[in-house]
Ligand binder design. Structure first.
Ligand code: HT7
Ligand code: ZN
Length: 854
């Protein structure tokens, strides 16, 4: 059995204090010598020493305190190396191994590999075992001393530099760390450098390392790093703790970035940005991810996880912190709405399907499959609820206690909740269910209004339902903080936001002494990750869209209006004019933040409409959804043509490009308008904008609008001609075509692109662009003839033997397959079964597919 269970945790039977490593780098034959200072945890209890080590690690020699043991005492299995207890002393000893590995053959990008001539590593979660034999688990923490021998000009590892000579560099990391935070980089790199002085006066050298020629695109990453360092001092009181902080940009990378101690490694798309090549969204992502990885220095590195079941301890908290950072630096309202949109699109989708799991799972086969929206984004939502329940001061006291009590520890969710209990006196036994139970609670709200002589009483009754998820059929009620406010009939707020704490399956809350029946603004700020259903007519939604003082609830009212129109239209029902009228008022409201108006103007995506339908028990029909959405967009454009045309002109941003929030907000509104107008102007505005665009944000907005209309071929060719040598822009070029194509052409376009010589599919960014681009085209991927399913399945099968992490991750395109009609279900199942039946399928993809078809 491949499964790992939380209940099986036991501490490692040896204590490891120091690790010394020497790397002799060679593309095909790198030699790694590792010396481990070990001691038995209990000298009375002799135990075998089991080290992790992947197939590609070839043992050259092994000694214990300088002496080679009897070879019969060393047992090599497929994924481990065991030294039997009989060969080990009952006191501290030094274990030295020499191994050989082949970085050039490493296509999985786990462990030590080569990207564009540069050596680099990725060790989270279990990559270190592909470098050397080691107790590769997060609760085994040691100081590291690393020597790198190589002729390459730049040789980096964790910690502080302690020696540099021709062909050799030495690094020492004084902070004990688990192996997953180890990193090494060697290559021909150049740095953009700066420095930061911490509030206690420590001067830290900062470097962003890139390939020669890319320096002029690394400045924004550096600015973001400096802002992150100041913010963590100001808001959490956390200082940086080494003499140097290095960031390296790499082209081949399985995820976004990695928080290795003192040596963060980034996917180059999250470092490199210039106005000409990166969009506003890219700039936002770079700022947020630089912050995220930097914040891990305390929440992840100084305090790490006891085991991988506790992953959300570091990831949920660090996402929560990066969300706070972005809210502080940019618009808090816009950030909250965007975060909720992302949560619904990825995490609610996960919770609704066969891959649902709790933020802290208790079983896995392949840990890489659990770097999910549930662990990250829902993990952050749970912390947001905790903060709401204990208040800002309580949160601050709890966090201070967490850092004091657990600095240097490998901690658990129990430890985390305990600091909140101890700092605030609050019992969190019931709250803990948010960590252990999967699924999105369904909340419903019923209102009762009783007029009276001394004023009326409004009673709100909330009922929660916790639907079953795989492996969890029965669930108990959760603590749900529901933020509500009341708005009078004239639009004034009569009861400001209050947090109602729900702990029962059904619970009522009353408001007395009210003059007239108010309108309830519920779940303000999206105070809990639940779905809320309430009987609300479109007129009341339009009222909330016009008057609610809570920006999230205001946006939500508009979203519900749009979804009610779209779900009705996709089922062939008549659509009222409420949404179209309400949008007209919003477009005309020059006082509203442009970014907020843009968020309201962007219609819900087709996937979101499908999710809404299926949560109502209705089978979504992808083509009908597409047609309904197109028709509504066209109707808005026709109804408000003059207003929209003026707004498009007014929102032009003069002067040179700046990625700041206010310019980006104007562009986002202008481009939302452009998407609508392109439906009726034959693409005229978009073609002009593309032609004169001074930055990539405008270029991509214009191109997307054109491609959605089946236009834009000349623009595509022009983009290709201008940027053929820029990998990151070409990823956009590959991705946008299947994503924005009219659904009937999407698979064919994806197929043609996949045949091109420059479809360098082994590069994760390129593969994600094309395969992810098609999966994001809802009606295209879910083509009734199953061609989308077959195309994606074929590519997953091709990728799996080379890079199982990427294949498994992209297989989530299928996670919603059970909600469609019988024909689509049959075709999706055939595709999934074909993947499941493949010879030698990786553990990663096999686990994902078997969960999906279970
Ligand atoms: N902690 C990291 C997660 C991660 C990862 C990053 C890159 C390549 C493979 C990876 N496996 C796991 C990134 C983060 O959440 O900050
Ligand atoms: Zn993280």
């Amino acid at each position: 059995q491949n499964a790992h269970y939380l209940a099986d945790y036991r501490p490692y039977p040896f204590v490891l204090t120091a690790t010394r490593m020497t790397f002799e780098l060679h593309p095909q034959a790198t030699r790694v010598v590792t010396a481990l200072s070990l001691a038995p945890r209990d000298p009375q209890q002799a135990e075998d020493l089991v080290l992790d080590g992947g197939k590609g690690v070839k043992l050259v020699s092994l000694t214990i305190d300088g002496v080679a043991p009897d070879p019969s005492r060393i047992i090599r299995r497929e994924e481990t190396l065991t030294i039997s207890a009989a060969a080990l002393p009952p006191h501290p000893f030094l274990l030295e191994t020499a191994v050989q590995i082949d970085p050039s053959a490493n296509t999985a990008f786990e462990g030590l590999y080569i990207s564009n001539g540069m050596f680099c590593t990725q060790c989270e979660a279990e990559g270190f075992r592909h470098i050397t034999f080691y107790p590769d688990r997060p609760d085994v923490m040691a100081t590291f001393h690393v020597t790198i021998d190589s002729d390459l000009p730049v040789l980096l590892s964790n910690g502080n530099p302690v020696g540099q000579s021709q062909g050799r560099a030495e690094w020492h990391d004084p902070w004990p760390k688990p192996s997953y935070l180890f990193a090494l980089v060697a290559g021909d790199l150049v740095a953009v450098s700066d420095s930061f002085t911490t509030r206690s006066g420590r001067r830290v050298a900062l470097n962003v390392w890139v390939r020669p020629g890319d320096q002029d695109r690394a400045g924004f990453a550096m600015e973001s790093l400096v802002k992150s360092m100041s913010w963590d001092e100001a808001v959490y009181g956390r200082e940086y703790d080494l003499d140097v902080f290095n960031i390296v940009a790499v082209d081949d990378f399985n995820m976004g970035a990695m928080e290795n101690k003192g040596l963060n490694i980034f996917n180059s798309k999250l470092v490199l940005a210039s106005p000409d090549t990166a969009t506003d969204t890219d700039y936002d992502r770079i700022e947020a991810v630089i912050a995220h990885e930097y914040f891990h220095n305390w929440t992840g590195n100084r305090i790490t996880c006891r085991d991988w079941f506790q992953l959300c301890l570091k990831e949920g908290l660090t996402v929560f912190r990066d969300q706070q950072f972005t809210s502080d630096l940019r618009s808090a309202a816009v950030k909250r709405i965007e975060d909720v949109q992302a949560l619904r699109a990825r995490q609610f989708r996960e919770d609704q399907g066969p891959l649902a799991h709790p933020p802290r799972p208790d079983r896995y086969e392949e840990i890489n499959n659990f770097y999910t929206a549930t662990v990250y984004e829902k993990g952050a939502e749970v912390i947001g609820m905790l903060k709401r329940l204990v208040g800002d001061d309580g949160y601050r006291r709890a966090l201070d206690l967490y850092f004091d009590r657990h600095d240097g520890d490998a901690a658990t969710i129990e430890d985390w909740l305990q600091v909140f209990q101890d700092a605030t006196g609050r019992d969190l036994t019931q709250f803990k269910r948010w960590y252990t139970d999967a699924g999105t609670p369904r909340l419903s709200l019923a209102e009762d209004w009783q007029p009276g002589d001394t004023g009326g009483t409004l009673t709100l009754t909330f009922t929660q339902d916790n639907p079953p998820t795989p492996g969890q059929t029965q669930k108990s009620p959760r603590v749900i903080p529901v933020a509500v406010g009341l708005i009078g009939p004239n639009g004034d707020e009569i009861v400001p936001t209050q947090v109602l704490e729900m702990t029962e399956a059904s619970q009522s809350f009353s408001f007395d002494g009210l003059g007239a029946r108010p309108v309830v603004s519920a779940l303000r700020g999206f105070s809990a990750p639940v779905t809320l259903s309430r009987p609300l007519d479109d007129a009341t939604r339009a009222f909330l869209l016009a008057h609610d003082t809570d920006p999230f609830a205001r946006w939500e009212a508009g979203r519900d209006l749009a979804l009610s129109a779209l779900t009705a239209a996709s089922r062939g029902q008549a659509v009222s004019g409420d949404y179209v009228d309400a949008i007209g008022h919003l477009i005309a409201d020059g006082n509203a933040d442009p970014a907020f108006r843009a968020l309201c103007l962007n219609l819900p995506g087709e996937e979101e409409i499908a999710t809404r339908l299926s949560s109502q028990g209705i089978v979504p029909v992808p083509d009908a959804i597409h047609v309904a959405r197109e028709a509504l967009a066209r109707r808005i454009a026709e109804t408000h043509l003059d207003l929209l045309s003026r707004l498009y002109d007014d929102m032009a941003v003069p002067g040179p490009y700046r990625p700041d929030a206010s310019d980006a907000a104007r562009r986002s509104l202008r481009h939302a308008v452009l998407a609508l107008l392109t439906r009726i102007d034959g693409g005229e505005r978009a073609e002009i904008l593309f032609g004169i665009a001074g930055n990539m944000t405008e270029r991509m907005a214009a191109l997307t609008a054109l491609l959605r209309r089946g236009l834009g071929q000349a623009e595509l060719a022009a983009l290709h001609d201008q940027f053929a040598g820029n990998r990151l822009v070409m990823d956009k070029w590959f991705g946008i075509q299947p994503m924005a194509a009219p659904p009937a052409q999407a698979v064919q376009i994806a197929h043609a692109l996949s045949q091109r010589k420059d479809f360098d599919w082994k590069n994760p960014n390129r593969f994600r662009a094309l395969i992810g681009g098609l999966s994001a085209n809802h009606a295209g991927f879910h083509a009734a003839d199953g061609s989308g399913y077959d195309f994606v399945a074929n590519w997953l099968l091709r990728m799996d033997p080379l890079n199982p992490q990427i294949a498994a991750r992209m297989s989530t395109a299928f996670e919603t397959w059970t909600r469609y009609d019988a024909g689509r279900r049959a075709r999706a199942l055939t595709a999934l079964e074909r993947i499941a039946a493949a010879d030698g399928l990786s553990r990663n993809t096999s686990e994902m597919v078997s969960r999906m078809i279970a």
